[in-house]
Design a protein around this ligand. Structure first.
Ligand code: NZQ
Ligand code: ZN
Length: 389
């Protein structure tokens, strides 16, 4: 196991009926609030009205940034920064999924960044400056953004989507009420769970030896998602299912299962190019890529970990290690398909092969997958993984 720091200070307020605590939380930071949300799901679910009652009673001055797109854009970040400056905002309050939270993180930091935000914030990839305090109300179990210091921002004109990391991007407080995810439709529920699984898998398939704690926790979280995703799809308002998916999303990407391991992730770099070029749903892109990536890297060095994945996660009882590994990968694919996830690129509207080479080039250029992946991947590897999708 490698050395690591684990200092994740987000104050988690998990469970139902806790929004009455929001006023006290916000009062620690000031009265002027930037409320950030997406395309309107919070209005339909009633959460918006509930929040407003709370904020009005508390005498907050609220400025709104509505309409954050999935795969949030740099232009929306710029709008939010302007609102913060014009209204002397004290605290940023994203209410939504990973896109809304990520956009808010970028706004909270970019208030302190001068010049062009794409150049001076996103392209830097690591941010060491200050940020306005961020308080989140999560409405979709997926990214883990509610308890990590990462945001992912897109520049659609340049077809580039990149992650930025910084300690000050970590939310101060996150409200995790599973009932706020009852209204998430089956497609986004499945995509979010595929994203949770992807974070666990990206950490699990890592070459650092001796990380049994992280691997056992990852296995437990994977099994939890596999158990409760079908329940949430059948019964959208099953509290136990939604609660377990929500907490799994947070723990999958707050450092708990990733710390102590070196190297870089592989599949996210490939997926971010798909989203940057075709604006697809992140979790769906990962569901399509991961089984093909697994097949591509399966060899005598990787078989033992895949055999363990097959046995522990999918209960595969097959003695031949390679065969066991292959069955495990197939069960994973079948599970994702059975949850209604489109499992090929044409199914998500990517019909042409003309961009695959350029996307492969950029996936390598924008990340360290060619040197530090679980199995290093060059442009040809990435292109053939895309082609297998
Ligand atoms: O915009 P609204 O109307 O809110 O609708 C959203 C959106 O259409 C909807 N939704 C969210 N909560 C809902 C709901 N619909 C009904 N009821 C609710 N309670 O779901 C759709 C997708 O929302 P989005 O926020 O885009 O999904 P997700 O949470 O999966 O976030 C995806 C973004 O996060 C990035 C992805 O790349 C992508 O840009 N990631 C962020 C990470 C991080 N910060 O650590 C790590 C991840 O690997 C990922 O890259
Ligand atoms: Zn992800």
């Amino acid at each position: 196991m490698e050395n690591f720091d684990f200092h994740v200070t987000t104050d988690i307020r998990f469970g139902k009926d806790r929004l009455s605590e929001l006023s006290d939380v916000l009062n620690n930071f000031g009265k002027n609030v930037l409320l950030v949300y997406g395309g309107g799901s919070i209005k339909k679910s009633g959460l918006y009205d509930e929040l407003y009652d709370q904020l009005n009673q508390n005498g907050n001055h609220v400025v709104e940034l509505a309409g954050v797109d999935p795969n949030p854009r740099i232009e929306t970040v710029q709008k939010g920064v302007q609102l913060c400056k014009e209204n002397d905002v004290d605290v940023v309050l994203p209410v939504g999924g990973g896109s809304v939270i990520d956009c808010s993180k970028a706004i909270a930091a970019s208030v302190f960044v001068s010049g062009d935000l794409w150049e001076n914030f996103v392209l830097k990839r690591n941010y060491e400056g200050p940020a306005l305090p961020i308080v989140t109300v999560l409405t979709l179990a997926a990214t883990g953004s509610e308890m990590n210091g990462t945001c992912v921002i897109s520049n659609m004109d340049a077809q580039i989507k990149l992650g930025v990391h910084g300690k000050s991007l970590l939310p101060k407080v996150s409200f995790l009420d599973p009932t706020n995810t009852y209204s998430v439709n089956p497609y986004q529920t499945a995509a979010g769970s595929a994203d949770i699984l992807s974070h666990l898998i990206e950490n699990y398939f890592n070459a650092t030896p001796g990380t049994e704690v992280q691997d056992e926790i990852a296995e437990g979280l994977m099994k939890t998602v596999i158990k409760y995703l079908p329940v949430a799809l059948d019964e959208p308002d099953n509290y136990t299912a939604r609660a377990n998916l929500m907490w799994a999303s947070t723990l999958a990407l707050n450092g708990l299962v990733g710390n102590g391991k070196k190297g870089s992730w592989s599949c996210h770099a490939m997926e971010h190019e798909l989203s940057a070029f075709y604006d697809i749903t992140h979790g769906v892109g990962l569901a399509i890529i991961i089984p093909r990536w697994m097949g591509h890297i399966l060899d005598e060095n990787t078989i033992p970990k895949f055999q363990r994945f097959a046995q522990e996660i999918w209960g595969v009882d097959e003695e031949d290690p390679k065969r066991a590994a292959e069955i495990g990968i197939q069960r994973f694919y079948d599970f994702l398909a059975s949850c209604g996830i489109p499992m090929t690129l044409p199914e998500v509207g990517i019909q042409t092969e003309e961009d695959l080479q350029e996307m492969a080039h950029r996936a390598v250029e924008h990340s360290s997958i060619s040197t530090k992946g679980f199995v290093p991947l060059n442009e040809d590897d990435v292109e053939s993984i895309y082609r297998a999708c």
